[in-house]
Ligand binder design. Structure first.
Ligand code: SF4
Length: 596
Protein backbone atom coordinates (compact mmCIF):
# COMPACT_ATOMS: atom_id res chain seq x y z
CA UNK A 1 0.00 0.00 0.00
CA UNK A 2 1.42 3.39 -0.99
CA UNK A 3 0.66 6.58 0.93
CA UNK A 4 -0.02 4.71 4.14
CA UNK A 5 1.91 2.16 6.17
CA UNK A 6 -1.33 0.42 7.12
CA UNK A 7 -0.17 0.08 10.73
CA UNK A 8 -1.35 1.46 14.07
CA UNK A 9 0.82 1.37 17.17
CA UNK A 10 -1.27 0.73 20.27
CA UNK A 11 0.37 1.78 23.55
CA UNK A 12 -1.05 0.85 26.96
CA UNK A 13 0.55 2.99 29.66
CA UNK A 14 -1.01 1.11 32.57
CA UNK A 15 0.44 -2.20 31.40
CA UNK A 16 3.54 -0.57 29.91
CA UNK A 17 3.30 -2.50 26.70
CA UNK A 18 2.74 -1.78 23.04
CA UNK A 19 1.76 -3.70 19.95
CA UNK A 20 1.41 -2.91 16.26
CA UNK A 21 -1.76 -3.82 14.42
CA UNK A 22 -3.05 -3.53 10.91
CA UNK A 23 -5.43 -0.77 9.86
CA UNK A 24 -7.84 -2.21 7.29
CA UNK A 25 -7.51 -0.57 3.87
CA UNK A 26 -11.26 0.06 3.84
CA UNK A 27 -10.98 2.19 6.98
CA UNK A 28 -8.26 4.30 5.37
CA UNK A 29 -10.34 4.75 2.23
CA UNK A 30 -13.40 5.76 4.27
CA UNK A 31 -11.60 8.08 6.74
CA UNK A 32 -8.27 8.95 5.03
CA UNK A 33 -6.19 9.54 8.17
CA UNK A 34 -5.66 12.35 10.71
CA UNK A 35 -8.92 13.68 12.09
CA UNK A 36 -11.07 11.12 10.29
CA UNK A 37 -9.05 8.15 11.44
CA UNK A 38 -8.95 9.48 15.01
CA UNK A 39 -12.73 10.00 15.08
CA UNK A 40 -13.38 6.56 13.62
CA UNK A 41 -11.04 4.78 16.04
CA UNK A 42 -12.51 6.47 19.09
CA UNK A 43 -16.12 6.06 18.00
CA UNK A 44 -15.77 2.46 16.86
CA UNK A 45 -14.11 1.55 20.16
CA UNK A 46 -16.90 3.12 22.20
CA UNK A 47 -14.35 5.16 24.12
CA UNK A 48 -16.05 8.37 23.07
CA UNK A 49 -18.41 7.71 25.98
CA UNK A 50 -15.75 7.92 28.69
CA UNK A 51 -14.67 10.72 30.99
CA UNK A 52 -11.99 12.53 28.92
CA UNK A 53 -9.52 12.27 31.80
CA UNK A 54 -10.21 8.63 32.65
CA UNK A 55 -7.28 6.26 32.31
CA UNK A 56 -9.18 4.20 29.71
CA UNK A 57 -9.75 7.27 27.52
CA UNK A 58 -7.57 7.27 24.43
CA UNK A 59 -5.31 9.85 22.82
CA UNK A 60 -4.72 9.30 19.09
CA UNK A 61 -1.93 10.83 17.03
CA UNK A 62 -2.47 10.28 13.32
CA UNK A 63 -0.87 11.06 9.99
CA UNK A 64 -2.47 11.19 6.54
CA UNK A 65 -1.75 9.67 3.14
CA UNK A 66 0.30 12.74 2.16
CA UNK A 67 2.31 13.06 5.39
CA UNK A 68 6.01 13.11 4.72
CA UNK A 69 5.59 13.59 0.96
CA UNK A 70 6.42 16.71 -1.03
CA UNK A 71 2.80 17.89 -1.03
CA UNK A 72 2.68 21.48 0.25
CA UNK A 73 2.22 21.63 4.07
CA UNK A 74 2.33 17.82 4.39
CA UNK A 75 4.21 18.12 7.66
CA UNK A 76 1.18 18.46 9.86
CA UNK A 77 0.19 15.99 12.55
CA UNK A 78 -3.29 15.38 13.96
CA UNK A 79 -4.29 14.56 17.55
CA UNK A 80 -7.75 13.39 18.60
CA UNK A 81 -9.20 12.72 22.03
CA UNK A 82 -12.24 13.58 24.09
CA UNK A 83 -12.02 17.18 25.14
CA UNK A 84 -12.09 17.98 28.86
CA UNK A 85 -13.23 21.49 27.88
CA UNK A 86 -16.15 20.70 25.56
CA UNK A 87 -16.98 17.07 26.31
CA UNK A 88 -16.95 16.46 22.54
CA UNK A 89 -14.76 14.40 20.31
CA UNK A 90 -11.93 16.81 19.58
CA UNK A 91 -9.10 16.95 17.07
CA UNK A 92 -6.37 19.51 16.52
CA UNK A 93 -3.44 19.60 14.11
CA UNK A 94 -0.15 21.42 13.90
CA UNK A 95 2.97 21.63 11.76
CA UNK A 96 6.27 19.96 12.67
CA UNK A 97 8.16 16.73 12.33
CA UNK A 98 6.22 14.36 14.61
CA UNK A 99 3.87 12.95 11.98
CA UNK A 100 6.66 12.63 9.43
CA UNK A 101 8.86 10.70 11.90
CA UNK A 102 5.93 8.54 13.00
CA UNK A 103 5.28 7.50 9.44
CA UNK A 104 8.98 6.98 8.82
CA UNK A 105 8.99 4.76 11.91
CA UNK A 106 6.39 2.62 10.14
CA UNK A 107 3.08 3.78 11.64
CA UNK A 108 0.13 5.77 10.37
CA UNK A 109 -1.18 6.36 13.87
CA UNK A 110 -0.37 6.06 17.54
CA UNK A 111 -3.06 5.14 20.06
CA UNK A 112 -2.25 5.89 23.72
CA UNK A 113 -4.47 4.56 26.51
CA UNK A 114 -4.13 3.85 30.21
CA UNK A 115 -2.17 5.94 32.71
CA UNK A 116 1.39 5.59 33.93
CA UNK A 117 2.03 5.36 37.67
CA UNK A 118 4.73 8.04 37.43
CA UNK A 119 5.64 10.67 34.82
CA UNK A 120 6.97 9.15 31.60
CA UNK A 121 8.35 9.96 28.21
CA UNK A 122 6.99 7.49 25.66
CA UNK A 123 9.68 6.81 23.08
CA UNK A 124 8.69 5.24 19.76
CA UNK A 125 11.20 4.07 17.22
CA UNK A 126 11.22 1.36 14.56
CA UNK A 127 12.55 -1.16 17.12
CA UNK A 128 9.75 -0.71 19.60
CA UNK A 129 8.50 1.43 22.46
CA UNK A 130 10.17 2.53 25.71
CA UNK A 131 8.74 4.19 28.78
CA UNK A 132 11.47 6.46 30.14
CA UNK A 133 11.15 8.06 33.57
CA UNK A 134 10.26 11.76 33.44
CA UNK A 135 9.88 12.84 37.08
CA UNK A 136 12.82 15.21 36.59
CA UNK A 137 10.94 16.92 33.74
CA UNK A 138 7.58 17.24 35.53
CA UNK A 139 6.83 20.89 36.30
CA UNK A 140 9.12 22.20 33.55
CA UNK A 141 7.92 24.59 30.87
CA UNK A 142 7.80 23.49 27.24
CA UNK A 143 10.99 25.32 26.27
CA UNK A 144 13.14 23.67 28.91
CA UNK A 145 11.62 20.25 28.27
CA UNK A 146 12.29 20.56 24.57
CA UNK A 147 15.95 21.37 25.24
CA UNK A 148 16.28 18.48 27.70
CA UNK A 149 14.71 16.01 25.27
CA UNK A 150 16.95 17.20 22.47
CA UNK A 151 19.98 16.46 24.65
CA UNK A 152 18.55 13.10 25.63
CA UNK A 153 17.25 11.79 22.31
CA UNK A 154 19.17 13.79 19.70
CA UNK A 155 18.14 16.37 17.13
CA UNK A 156 16.39 13.86 14.86
CA UNK A 157 13.83 12.91 17.48
CA UNK A 158 10.45 14.61 17.04
CA UNK A 159 8.65 15.46 20.26
CA UNK A 160 5.24 16.46 21.56
CA UNK A 161 5.35 17.94 25.06
CA UNK A 162 2.98 19.00 27.79
CA UNK A 163 3.55 22.09 29.93
CA UNK A 164 2.58 22.67 33.56
CA UNK A 165 -1.03 23.42 32.51
CA UNK A 166 -1.43 19.90 31.16
CA UNK A 167 0.13 18.36 34.26
CA UNK A 168 -2.36 20.13 36.54
CA UNK A 169 -5.34 19.25 34.34
CA UNK A 170 -6.28 22.73 33.18
CA UNK A 171 -9.03 22.45 30.58
CA UNK A 172 -7.15 25.10 28.59
CA UNK A 173 -3.98 23.02 28.33
CA UNK A 174 -2.48 22.48 24.90
CA UNK A 175 0.11 20.06 23.50
CA UNK A 176 3.31 21.59 22.12
CA UNK A 177 4.85 20.49 18.84
CA UNK A 178 8.05 22.53 18.94
CA UNK A 179 6.88 26.11 18.57
CA UNK A 180 3.52 25.04 17.11
CA UNK A 181 0.61 23.76 19.15
CA UNK A 182 -2.38 21.46 19.24
CA UNK A 183 -3.96 24.48 20.76
CA UNK A 184 -7.52 24.07 21.72
CA UNK A 185 -9.87 21.87 23.71
CA UNK A 186 -7.59 20.98 26.62
CA UNK A 187 -5.87 18.07 24.90
CA UNK A 188 -2.78 18.70 27.06
CA UNK A 189 -4.81 17.74 30.12
CA UNK A 190 -5.57 14.35 28.55
CA UNK A 191 -1.86 13.53 28.26
CA UNK A 192 -1.23 15.09 31.68
CA UNK A 193 -3.83 12.80 33.26
CA UNK A 194 -1.91 9.88 31.77
CA UNK A 195 1.29 11.30 33.27
CA UNK A 196 2.83 11.62 29.84
CA UNK A 197 5.25 14.54 29.79
CA UNK A 198 6.30 13.88 26.22
CA UNK A 199 5.88 11.61 23.22
CA UNK A 200 9.10 11.09 21.28
CA UNK A 201 9.41 9.42 17.90
CA UNK A 202 12.39 8.53 15.76
CA UNK A 203 12.14 7.06 12.31
CA UNK A 204 13.84 7.52 8.99
CA UNK A 205 12.31 4.94 6.70
CA UNK A 206 11.10 5.94 3.23
CA UNK A 207 7.69 7.41 2.41
CA UNK A 208 6.64 6.24 -1.02
CA UNK A 209 3.92 7.36 -3.39
CA UNK A 210 2.19 5.27 -6.04
CA UNK A 211 2.93 7.50 -9.02
CA UNK A 212 6.07 9.57 -8.33
CA UNK A 213 6.00 11.38 -11.67
CA UNK A 214 2.30 12.21 -11.55
CA UNK A 215 2.62 13.21 -7.93
CA UNK A 216 5.47 15.60 -8.70
CA UNK A 217 3.38 17.17 -11.45
CA UNK A 218 0.35 17.78 -9.22
CA UNK A 219 2.55 19.10 -6.42
CA UNK A 220 4.02 21.59 -8.91
CA UNK A 221 0.56 22.72 -9.97
CA UNK A 222 -0.55 23.12 -6.36
CA UNK A 223 2.50 25.24 -5.64
CA UNK A 224 1.68 27.45 -8.62
CA UNK A 225 -1.85 28.02 -7.33
CA UNK A 226 -0.52 28.85 -3.87
CA UNK A 227 1.93 31.28 -5.45
CA UNK A 228 -0.87 32.91 -7.44
CA UNK A 229 -3.57 33.45 -4.80
CA UNK A 230 -3.30 36.86 -3.11
CA UNK A 231 -3.85 35.45 0.39
CA UNK A 232 -1.32 32.61 0.18
CA UNK A 233 1.23 34.55 -1.90
CA UNK A 234 1.05 38.02 -0.34
CA UNK A 235 -1.29 38.39 2.66
CA UNK A 236 -0.10 35.51 4.85
CA UNK A 237 3.58 35.58 3.82
CA UNK A 238 3.72 39.38 4.11
CA UNK A 239 1.92 39.98 7.38
CA UNK A 240 1.25 36.57 8.91
CA UNK A 241 -2.22 35.78 10.18
CA UNK A 242 -2.29 39.19 11.87
CA UNK A 243 -3.09 40.61 8.43
CA UNK A 244 -6.71 40.08 9.49
CA UNK A 245 -6.78 42.51 12.42
CA UNK A 246 -7.46 45.78 10.59
CA UNK A 247 -9.63 44.08 7.94
CA UNK A 248 -12.00 42.48 10.46
CA UNK A 249 -12.04 45.57 12.66
CA UNK A 250 -12.92 47.83 9.72
CA UNK A 251 -16.18 45.96 9.06
CA UNK A 252 -17.20 45.91 12.72
CA UNK A 253 -16.72 42.19 13.28
CA UNK A 254 -13.79 42.26 15.69
CA UNK A 255 -15.08 41.37 19.15
CA UNK A 256 -13.73 43.67 21.84
CA UNK A 257 -13.98 43.54 25.64
CA UNK A 258 -15.60 40.16 25.84
CA UNK A 259 -17.87 40.77 22.84
CA UNK A 260 -19.45 43.85 24.38
CA UNK A 261 -18.20 45.77 21.33
CA UNK A 262 -17.57 44.74 17.74
CA UNK A 263 -14.76 47.16 17.09
CA UNK A 264 -11.56 47.82 18.99
CA UNK A 265 -10.60 51.47 18.83
CA UNK A 266 -6.91 50.59 19.32
CA UNK A 267 -6.73 47.64 16.95
CA UNK A 268 -3.95 49.32 14.99
CA UNK A 269 -1.59 48.84 17.98
CA UNK A 270 -1.87 45.04 17.76
CA UNK A 271 -2.34 44.72 13.99
CA UNK A 272 -0.32 42.93 11.35
CA UNK A 273 1.07 46.28 10.29
CA UNK A 274 2.32 46.98 13.84
CA UNK A 275 3.73 43.47 14.13
CA UNK A 276 5.58 43.98 10.88
CA UNK A 277 7.56 46.81 12.52
CA UNK A 278 9.17 44.34 14.91
CA UNK A 279 9.28 41.34 12.56
CA UNK A 280 12.74 39.94 11.90
CA UNK A 281 11.77 37.02 9.69
CA UNK A 282 9.22 34.46 8.58
CA UNK A 283 8.82 30.97 9.90
CA UNK A 284 7.33 28.04 8.03
CA UNK A 285 6.17 24.60 9.09
CA UNK A 286 8.33 22.01 7.25
CA UNK A 287 7.45 21.83 3.56
CA UNK A 288 5.25 24.91 3.56
CA UNK A 289 5.71 27.51 0.82
CA UNK A 290 3.38 30.01 2.57
CA UNK A 291 5.36 30.60 5.78
CA UNK A 292 2.75 32.45 7.82
CA UNK A 293 4.75 32.30 11.09
CA UNK A 294 6.62 35.34 12.38
CA UNK A 295 9.90 35.83 14.20
CA UNK A 296 9.95 39.10 16.09
CA UNK A 297 12.48 41.06 18.07
CA UNK A 298 12.12 41.32 21.85
CA UNK A 299 14.78 42.52 24.30
CA UNK A 300 17.42 42.19 21.59
CA UNK A 301 16.49 38.54 20.94
CA UNK A 302 14.58 36.94 18.11
CA UNK A 303 11.48 35.14 19.42
CA UNK A 304 8.32 33.57 18.10
CA UNK A 305 5.65 36.14 17.20
CA UNK A 306 1.96 35.84 18.11
CA UNK A 307 -0.78 34.76 15.71
CA UNK A 308 -3.79 36.91 14.91
CA UNK A 309 -6.04 35.06 17.35
CA UNK A 310 -3.60 35.72 20.21
CA UNK A 311 -3.22 39.39 19.29
CA UNK A 312 -7.00 39.51 19.40
CA UNK A 313 -7.61 37.59 22.64
CA UNK A 314 -5.11 39.53 24.75
CA UNK A 315 -5.37 42.69 22.64
CA UNK A 316 -8.93 43.51 21.60
CA UNK A 317 -10.85 41.06 23.76
CA UNK A 318 -9.01 41.69 27.01
CA UNK A 319 -8.37 45.32 26.06
CA UNK A 320 -4.59 45.31 26.18
CA UNK A 321 -3.45 47.50 23.26
CA UNK A 322 0.21 46.79 23.91
CA UNK A 323 2.02 44.78 21.26
CA UNK A 324 5.11 44.08 23.34
CA UNK A 325 2.96 42.84 26.22
CA UNK A 326 1.04 40.50 23.94
CA UNK A 327 4.28 39.12 22.50
CA UNK A 328 5.46 38.35 26.05
CA UNK A 329 2.12 36.83 27.11
CA UNK A 330 2.11 34.65 24.00
CA UNK A 331 5.56 33.30 24.85
CA UNK A 332 4.49 32.69 28.43
CA UNK A 333 1.33 30.78 27.43
CA UNK A 334 3.37 28.70 24.99
CA UNK A 335 5.82 27.80 27.70
CA UNK A 336 3.12 27.00 30.26
CA UNK A 337 1.11 25.04 27.70
CA UNK A 338 -2.00 27.24 27.74
CA UNK A 339 -4.24 27.83 24.73
CA UNK A 340 -3.84 31.55 24.01
CA UNK A 341 -7.36 32.04 22.63
CA UNK A 342 -9.13 30.50 25.60
CA UNK A 343 -6.72 31.97 28.16
CA UNK A 344 -7.09 35.53 26.85
CA UNK A 345 -10.86 35.16 26.44
CA UNK A 346 -11.22 33.79 29.98
CA UNK A 347 -9.40 36.82 31.35
CA UNK A 348 -11.69 39.04 29.23
CA UNK A 349 -14.72 37.37 30.83
CA UNK A 350 -13.10 37.81 34.24
CA UNK A 351 -12.63 41.53 33.56
CA UNK A 352 -16.32 41.91 32.71
CA UNK A 353 -17.28 40.05 35.89
CA UNK A 354 -14.99 42.33 37.91
CA UNK A 355 -16.56 45.43 36.32
CA UNK A 356 -19.97 44.06 37.32
CA UNK A 357 -18.77 43.61 40.89
CA UNK A 358 -19.09 39.83 40.77
CA UNK A 359 -15.37 39.03 40.82
CA UNK A 360 -13.27 40.55 43.58
CA UNK A 361 -10.13 41.24 41.57
CA UNK A 362 -9.35 43.04 38.33
CA UNK A 363 -7.18 40.86 36.10
CA UNK A 364 -5.78 43.97 34.45
CA UNK A 365 -5.23 46.05 37.57
CA UNK A 366 -1.45 45.74 37.58
CA UNK A 367 -1.18 45.72 33.78
CA UNK A 368 0.61 43.00 31.78
CA UNK A 369 2.69 41.88 34.77
CA UNK A 370 -0.49 40.95 36.66
CA UNK A 371 -1.84 39.15 33.62
CA UNK A 372 1.38 37.15 33.42
CA UNK A 373 1.10 36.27 37.11
CA UNK A 374 -2.47 35.06 36.61
CA UNK A 375 -1.45 32.89 33.67
CA UNK A 376 1.26 31.25 35.81
CA UNK A 377 -1.33 30.59 38.51
CA UNK A 378 -3.82 29.22 36.00
CA UNK A 379 -1.26 26.77 34.68
CA UNK A 380 -0.01 25.73 38.11
CA UNK A 381 -3.43 25.67 39.81
CA UNK A 382 -2.52 28.23 42.42
CA UNK A 383 -4.25 31.25 44.02
CA UNK A 384 -6.86 33.06 41.88
CA UNK A 385 -5.72 30.93 38.95
CA UNK A 386 -7.77 28.08 40.45
CA UNK A 387 -10.96 29.93 39.49
CA UNK A 388 -9.76 30.76 35.97
CA UNK A 389 -7.90 27.69 34.85
CA UNK A 390 -10.83 25.75 33.44
CA UNK A 391 -12.00 28.54 31.17
CA UNK A 392 -14.71 31.16 31.04
CA UNK A 393 -17.67 28.78 31.15
CA UNK A 394 -16.49 27.32 34.43
CA UNK A 395 -15.64 30.78 35.77
CA UNK A 396 -18.96 32.38 34.79
CA UNK A 397 -21.07 29.49 36.07
CA UNK A 398 -19.17 29.35 39.34
CA UNK A 399 -19.93 33.04 39.86
CA UNK A 400 -23.58 32.62 38.84
CA UNK A 401 -23.28 34.66 35.61
CA UNK A 402 -23.22 32.13 32.75
CA UNK A 403 -24.03 34.90 30.27
CA UNK A 404 -20.51 36.30 30.62
CA UNK A 405 -18.98 33.22 28.97
CA UNK A 406 -18.58 33.78 25.24
CA UNK A 407 -18.44 30.08 24.49
CA UNK A 408 -20.05 27.40 22.34
CA UNK A 409 -20.17 23.92 23.86
CA UNK A 410 -17.88 25.26 26.57
CA UNK A 411 -15.09 26.55 24.32
CA UNK A 412 -14.21 30.23 23.97
CA UNK A 413 -15.13 31.81 20.64
CA UNK A 414 -12.32 33.18 18.48
CA UNK A 415 -11.81 36.59 16.88
CA UNK A 416 -14.92 37.14 14.76
CA UNK A 417 -18.18 38.61 16.01
CA UNK A 418 -20.90 36.64 14.20
CA UNK A 419 -23.32 39.54 14.47
CA UNK A 420 -21.21 41.00 11.66
CA UNK A 421 -21.02 37.73 9.68
CA UNK A 422 -24.18 35.62 10.08
CA UNK A 423 -22.83 32.50 8.43
CA UNK A 424 -19.94 32.42 10.88
CA UNK A 425 -22.57 32.39 13.63
CA UNK A 426 -24.08 29.22 12.16
CA UNK A 427 -20.57 27.80 11.74
CA UNK A 428 -19.82 28.39 15.44
CA UNK A 429 -23.14 26.96 16.61
CA UNK A 430 -22.83 23.78 14.56
CA UNK A 431 -19.12 23.27 15.09
CA UNK A 432 -18.90 19.83 16.62
CA UNK A 433 -15.80 20.73 18.64
CA UNK A 434 -17.26 23.90 20.16
CA UNK A 435 -16.54 27.59 19.56
CA UNK A 436 -14.10 27.48 16.69
CA UNK A 437 -13.56 29.05 13.29
CA UNK A 438 -11.81 26.06 11.78
CA UNK A 439 -14.74 23.73 11.17
CA UNK A 440 -16.13 26.30 8.77
CA UNK A 441 -14.56 29.67 8.01
CA UNK A 442 -17.43 31.75 6.66
CA UNK A 443 -15.29 34.82 7.26
CA UNK A 444 -13.70 33.97 3.89
CA UNK A 445 -16.78 34.67 1.72
CA UNK A 446 -18.47 37.04 4.17
CA UNK A 447 -15.56 39.38 4.91
CA UNK A 448 -12.58 38.46 2.73
CA UNK A 449 -14.71 38.00 -0.42
CA UNK A 450 -13.02 34.70 -1.25
CA UNK A 451 -13.74 32.71 -3.33
CA UNK A 452 -16.41 35.40 -3.87
CA UNK A 453 -18.29 37.85 -1.70
CA UNK A 454 -21.63 36.95 -0.12
CA UNK A 455 -23.85 39.31 1.88
CA UNK A 456 -22.52 39.01 5.41
CA UNK A 457 -25.79 40.06 7.04
CA UNK A 458 -28.01 37.67 5.06
CA UNK A 459 -28.98 34.43 6.79
CA UNK A 460 -30.79 32.58 4.00
CA UNK A 461 -28.60 30.25 1.97
CA UNK A 462 -25.74 30.23 4.47
CA UNK A 463 -26.39 26.66 5.61
CA UNK A 464 -25.29 25.14 2.30
CA UNK A 465 -22.01 27.07 2.31
CA UNK A 466 -21.29 26.13 5.92
CA UNK A 467 -21.94 22.44 5.20
CA UNK A 468 -19.68 22.33 2.13
CA UNK A 469 -16.89 24.01 4.11
CA UNK A 470 -17.37 21.67 7.08
CA UNK A 471 -17.20 18.61 4.85
CA UNK A 472 -14.21 19.78 2.83
CA UNK A 473 -12.35 20.89 5.96
CA UNK A 474 -12.97 17.50 7.58
CA UNK A 475 -11.35 15.88 4.55
CA UNK A 476 -8.39 18.28 4.50
CA UNK A 477 -7.87 17.75 8.25
CA UNK A 478 -7.83 14.04 7.51
CA UNK A 479 -5.23 14.44 4.78
CA UNK A 480 -3.52 16.46 7.54
CA UNK A 481 -2.71 19.41 5.31
CA UNK A 482 -2.77 23.02 6.45
CA UNK A 483 -6.15 24.63 6.09
CA UNK A 484 -4.59 27.75 4.59
CA UNK A 485 -3.99 25.80 1.40
CA UNK A 486 -7.77 25.88 0.96
CA UNK A 487 -7.68 29.53 -0.08
CA UNK A 488 -5.97 28.44 -3.30
CA UNK A 489 -6.78 24.73 -3.78
CA UNK A 490 -10.11 23.07 -4.49
CA UNK A 491 -11.25 19.57 -3.62
CA UNK A 492 -10.21 18.50 -7.11
CA UNK A 493 -6.56 19.28 -6.40
CA UNK A 494 -6.61 17.55 -3.03
CA UNK A 495 -8.11 14.48 -4.73
CA UNK A 496 -5.43 14.51 -7.42
CA UNK A 497 -2.74 14.54 -4.73
CA UNK A 498 -4.35 11.57 -2.98
CA UNK A 499 -4.78 9.71 -6.26
CA UNK A 500 -1.13 10.12 -7.22
CA UNK A 501 0.08 9.25 -3.70
CA UNK A 502 -2.08 6.17 -3.16
CA UNK A 503 -3.08 4.99 -6.62
CA UNK A 504 -6.72 5.07 -5.56
CA UNK A 505 -9.30 6.26 -8.03
CA UNK A 506 -10.68 9.05 -5.87
CA UNK A 507 -12.18 12.32 -7.11
CA UNK A 508 -13.20 15.58 -5.48
CA UNK A 509 -16.78 14.41 -4.95
CA UNK A 510 -15.65 11.31 -3.06
CA UNK A 511 -13.39 13.49 -0.95
CA UNK A 512 -16.39 15.63 0.03
CA UNK A 513 -18.36 12.48 0.85
CA UNK A 514 -15.52 11.26 3.07
CA UNK A 515 -15.60 14.66 4.79
CA UNK A 516 -19.35 14.34 5.33
CA UNK A 517 -18.90 10.84 6.74
CA UNK A 518 -16.33 12.13 9.22
CA UNK A 519 -18.50 15.06 10.26
CA UNK A 520 -21.39 12.66 10.76
CA UNK A 521 -19.37 10.24 12.90
CA UNK A 522 -18.28 13.17 15.07
CA UNK A 523 -21.93 14.19 15.32
CA UNK A 524 -22.99 10.68 16.34
CA UNK A 525 -20.30 10.62 19.03
CA UNK A 526 -21.47 13.95 20.39
CA UNK A 527 -25.13 12.89 20.33
CA UNK A 528 -24.11 9.83 22.29
CA UNK A 529 -22.64 12.18 24.87
CA UNK A 530 -25.92 14.10 25.09
CA UNK A 531 -24.92 17.01 22.84
CA UNK A 532 -27.77 17.76 20.42
CA UNK A 533 -29.76 20.73 19.15
CA UNK A 534 -29.78 22.51 22.50
CA UNK A 535 -26.02 22.69 22.29
CA UNK A 536 -25.95 24.01 18.72
CA UNK A 537 -26.36 27.53 19.93
CA UNK A 538 -24.53 30.77 20.72
CA UNK A 539 -24.09 32.92 23.82
CA UNK A 540 -27.28 34.91 24.49
CA UNK A 541 -25.42 38.17 23.99
CA UNK A 542 -24.96 37.38 20.31
CA UNK A 543 -28.59 36.36 19.85
CA UNK A 544 -30.25 39.14 21.85
CA UNK A 545 -27.98 42.17 22.11
CA UNK A 546 -27.55 44.17 18.89
CA UNK A 547 -24.08 45.47 18.07
CA UNK A 548 -24.07 48.95 19.66
CA UNK A 549 -22.31 50.90 16.91
CA UNK A 550 -20.11 50.78 13.83
CA UNK A 551 -20.60 49.03 10.48
CA UNK A 552 -22.45 46.07 12.08
CA UNK A 553 -24.64 48.24 14.35
CA UNK A 554 -28.09 46.91 15.10
CA UNK A 555 -27.40 43.29 14.15
CA UNK A 556 -27.85 40.11 16.16
CA UNK A 557 -27.42 36.54 14.87
CA UNK A 558 -30.58 35.05 13.26
CA UNK A 559 -29.63 31.56 14.33
CA UNK A 560 -32.85 29.54 14.47
CA UNK A 561 -33.86 29.85 10.80
CA UNK A 562 -30.28 29.13 9.73
CA UNK A 563 -30.20 26.09 12.00
CA UNK A 564 -33.46 24.72 10.57
CA UNK A 565 -32.07 25.11 7.07
CA UNK A 566 -28.80 23.53 8.14
CA UNK A 567 -30.42 20.39 9.57
CA UNK A 568 -32.61 20.05 6.49
CA UNK A 569 -29.66 20.33 4.11
CA UNK A 570 -27.63 17.89 6.22
CA UNK A 571 -30.36 15.29 6.14
CA UNK A 572 -30.76 15.44 9.91
CA UNK A 573 -34.05 15.54 11.78
CA UNK A 574 -35.26 18.60 13.71
CA UNK A 575 -33.35 17.48 16.78
CA UNK A 576 -30.14 17.35 14.78
CA UNK A 577 -29.93 13.55 14.51
CA UNK A 578 -28.77 12.11 11.18
CA UNK A 579 -31.62 10.18 9.60
CA UNK A 580 -31.36 6.47 8.81
CA UNK A 581 -31.36 7.34 5.11
CA UNK A 582 -28.43 9.70 5.51
CA UNK A 583 -26.48 7.16 7.53
CA UNK A 584 -27.10 4.49 4.92
CA UNK A 585 -25.94 6.80 2.13
CA UNK A 586 -22.68 7.37 4.02
CA UNK A 587 -22.24 3.67 4.75
CA UNK A 588 -22.65 4.20 8.49
CA UNK A 589 -24.55 1.90 10.81
CA UNK A 590 -27.32 3.23 13.00
CA UNK A 591 -25.92 4.05 16.45
CA UNK A 592 -25.90 1.16 18.85
CA UNK A 593 -24.08 0.16 21.99
CA UNK A 594 -20.43 -0.39 21.20
CA UNK A 595 -17.90 -2.45 23.13
CA UNK A 596 -15.52 -0.54 25.33
S1 SF4 B 1 0.55 28.28 6.25
FE1 SF4 B 1 1.42 28.69 8.27
S2 SF4 B 1 0.40 27.24 9.68
FE2 SF4 B 1 0.05 26.52 7.57
S3 SF4 B 1 1.66 25.03 7.23
FE3 SF4 B 1 2.38 27.03 6.46
S4 SF4 B 1 3.53 27.98 8.12
FE4 SF4 B 1 2.32 26.26 8.99
Amino acid sequence: MKGWTGRLLRVDLSARRARAEEIPAGVLRDYLGGRGLGAHLLYASGRHRLDPLAAEAAFVVATGPLTGTRAPTASRTSCTALSPLTGTLFDANSGGFFGIRLKRAGYDALWVEGAADAPVVVVVDPDGVRFDPASDLWGMGNRAVRAALRDRYGPKAAVLTVGPAGETGSRLANVAHGERFFGRGGLGAVLGAKRVKALVVRGDGPVEVADPEGFGFVVGECRKWLAAHPITSRGLPGFGTAVLMNVVNAVGALPARNFRQSRFERAEAVSGEALREVTTGRKACPGCPIACGRRVSLDGREVQGPEFETLWSFGADLGLADLEAVIRLNLLCNDLGLDTISAGATLAAARELWEEGVLDFDPLEGGPADVAGLLEEMARAEGPGELLRHGSDHLARTLGRPGAAMTVKGMELPAYDPRGCQGQGLAYATSNRGGCHLRSYMVAPEILATPKRVDRFAWSGKAGLVIVQQNLNAAVDSLVLCRFTGFALSEGYYARLVRAATGWDLDGQELLTVGERIYTVERLANLDRGLGRDHDTLPRRLLDEPVPDGPSAGHTVRLEPMLDEYYRFRGWDEGGRPTARKLARLGLAEPEAADV
